[in-house]
Design a protein around this ligand. Sequence first.
Ligand code: 5GP
Length: 113
Amino acid sequence: MTTLFERIIQGEIPCEKVFENENIFAFKDIAPKAPVHILIVPKKVIPDLQSVNLEDLALMGEIVQVAQRLAREFDIEEDGYRLICNNGPFAGQTIYHLHFHLLGGAPLGRMAG
Ligand code: 5GP
């Protein structure tokens, strides 16, 4: 089944895109939990973090580089930011296409709960 994020990447559903290259697509979250809330999504269809395998490790590194670049561009590098991946129902994952939340722009509190 095609996920919502595949449809966003393919341009079928509009979004506020902030980055794209051949492997990665990033856009603003529709319901931001912080002043900066960006979703960083690999174009490769991987349902969740638990499904990442050895052949995806370069892609994971590229995602971190994109997060660093966006942190600079959105001016949250110095104050700090959080990069989150929710895996599975207890973590609150709602869309089963791997994605990382880049959050910043205000104090984010402590971890979970
Ligand atoms: P998850 O809960 O799976 O970790 O994260 C899914 C995220 O996708 C949520 O933060 C939610 O606000 C965001 N989201 C859901 N639907 C849309 C949409 O249509 N457009 C955008 N830009 N974000 C969405």
